[in-house]
Ligand binder design. Sequence first.
Ligand code: PXL
Length: 271
Amino acid sequence: MGKEIIRTLTIAGLDASGGAGLIADISTFEEFGTYGQAVLTTVVTMDPENWNHQVKGLPLDLLKQQIETILTSDVPIKAMKTGMLGSKEIVELARETIERAKIEKTVIDPVLVCKGTDEVLNPDTAVALRELLMPIAYVATPNIFEAGQMADLPTPKTLAEIEAAAKAIHDRGVQYVVVKGSRHLDPESALDLFYDGKSFEWLAKPKLENPATHGAGCTFAAAITAGLANDLEPLEAVKKAKDYVYIAIKNGFAYNKFVSPVYRPAYKEYR
Ligand code: PXL
């Protein structure tokens, strides 16, 4: 018998600059030795003049056809993640897919904004993510803003408020809550919170100078997904993902004057 194939799936958008979204997910899945697949939901392009983002959704029919193709495989999907879904209908489709394929290891990255923009892409999507996907999530990976939205609380500002938001998200049914912190929470380190419903664990890494962080959030959630697919326990998967993202940020590069993405192959190349 050949090697066991570990299949992973993302339902996400395409970031044409390559830093975030589906490309981040698939490249991370493969770096972790899994067979990655994707359902494309939206296409995000950037204005070359000012880097303003434009988000276009694909017709729902085309999403359904992608899902049918993916679900015909005899190889089980060991873990999956969701990224930019873009509309309430797509959130509903994601939930149906998770239930139909009986995927237990789900990582819900409740993408509501792109870095550098602070406008919620679509307020209906935020409500649908909170009501439909939080209750069935194995892991949820909001950033600080998204944590407030998923908790239905004001955006947390302090470590204690982030913990309170994580608890409210756990109460909605998420088994493991990972709040992707920010470089701005602590003068020395980049912090992320892991909460399993029992205790709060703050994970720290030294801050990097001039960090290239575009795509870091997607890459982190994708690495957690791949770790779970490889049978790591949730906290181990999160710790390994944080190491992976740290190295990817350290080796990130200036893509142009507007954006500096993480470099995902760095983990393998320079470890
Ligand atoms: O980083 C959030 C994100 C997720 N998915 C897609 C994106 C972005 C931000 O640019 O473009 C497709």
